[in-house]
Design a protein around this ligand. Structure first.
Ligand SMILES: [Zn+2]
Length: 264
C-alpha cells in the first residue's frame, strides 16, 4: 500500500496531482472530496494523499494494474466504482453502450434466425435478415432507454432523499452505461452455444443488473434500498415496453426470464 513517500508509484491514466479550485476527486473509502490523489515531490518521488476524513489513502487504485481494478469492479466493490467514476477520465461509455447494443441485437437476431424457416429466394432472405438485425438493434435500444427512463424518473421523484449533494444525472448516466459492460459476455455465450446457454444469459442479466445497482449507489451516494428500488423501477418500465411491443405483435426476440414472464 503506497501511503509513504516512495519512488515511482504509477498513477493511473487520467488520475492527477494537486489542482487549485474545487475538489475534483473523491476518497474511494469514505466518499469525501479531495483536492489531489498524489503529490509530486520531483525527482520521481510521489506520495499518495491520505484522506483527512478516514485517514486512508484517497485512491489506492492509482498504483494498481488495470486488470486488478477490473477484477475489483467485477466483484462490485464500491471502491473500484468510485475510482473509475470520480478519479479517472474514462470516456468510453458512448462506444461501450453502442457495442453492448450491437451484442444484444446480434443475440436476438441469432435467436430469430434459429426459430424461422424461410423458403424465399436468396436475395430476399439476405435483405430480410439485414432488416431483422436493424429492427432488433432498434428494439434493444428502446428497451435500454425505457430501463434508464424508469431509473431516472424514480430518482428524480425521490431526489430530496437520494443525496445530500445536488443530483448529478450526467454522472449517473455515465455510471449506468459503463456498468452495463457485462453485456459483452453475450457474444461468447452465443458463439460457444451449449445446453446451458439460456442459463448463462439469465446469469449475465443478473450480473448486469447487480453492476447497475452498485453504479447507481456509488454515483449518487445513496443507500442500497433506494438503489434497488431505482433498478426495479427501470426493470418495470422496460418490461412494460416489452409488453407493449408484444401487444403490437412485434417479435422482440427477448431472451431473459423477465421478458418471458410477460408473454401473452
Ligand atoms: Zn476517506
Amino acid at each position: 500500500m503506497g501511503t509513504g513517500g516512495r519512488s515511482g508509484p504509477r498513477p493511473a491514466k487520467g488520475a492527477g496531482g494537486a489542482v487549485s479550485g474545487p475538489c475534483r476527486y473523491r476518497c474511494i473509502e469514505c466518499n469525501e472530496e479531495a483536492q489531489e490523489l498524489y503529490r509530486d515531490y520531483r525527482h520521481g518521488v510521489l506520495k499518495i494523499t491520505i484522506c483527512k476524513s478516514c485517514q486512508k489513502p484517497v485512491d489506492k487504485y492509482i498504483e494498481y494494474d488495470p486488470v486488478i481494478i477490473l477484477i475489483n469492479a467485477i466483484l462490485c466493490k464500491a471502491q473500484a466504482y468510485r475510482h473509475i467514476l470520480f478519479n479517472t477520465k474514462i470516456n468510453i461509455h458512448g462506444k461501450l453502450c453502442m457495442f453492448c447494443l450491437l451484442c444484444e441485437a446480434y443475440l436476438r437476431w441469432w435467436q430469430l434466425q434459429d426459430s424461422t424457416q424461410n423458403t424465399a429466394p436468396d436475395d430476399l432472405i439476405r435483405y430480410a435478415k439485414e432488416w431483422d438485425f436493424y429492427r432488433m438493434f432498434a428494439i434493444a435500444s428502446l428497451e435500454q432507454t425505457a430501463f434508464f427512463i424508469g431509473i431516472f424518473t424514480f430518482l428524480w421523484a425521490e431526489r430530496p432523499r437520494t443525496t445530500k449533494r445536488k443530483p448529478h444525472f450526467i454522472l449517473l448516466l455515465k455510471a449506468l452505461l459503463l456498468s452495463s459492460y457485462g453485456k459483452l459476455l453475450l457474444i461468447p455465450a452465443v458463439i460457444w452455444e451449449h445446453d446451458y446457454t439460456p442459463l448463462c444469459l439469465k446469469l449475465i442479466k443478473v450480473f448486469v443488473l447487480t453492476s447497475n445497482f452498485q453504479a447507481v449507489r456509488v454515483a449518487l451516494s445513496i443507500n442500497r434500498k433506494l438503489s434497488l428500488l431505482a433498478i426495479l423501477s427501470g426493470l418495470l418500465l422496460e418490461s412494460s415496453t416489452v409488453c407493449l411491443f408484444q401487444r403490437l405483435e412485434w417479435d422482440v426476440g427477448s431472451d431473459c426470464a423477465i421478458y418471458k414472464s410477460q408473454d401473452f
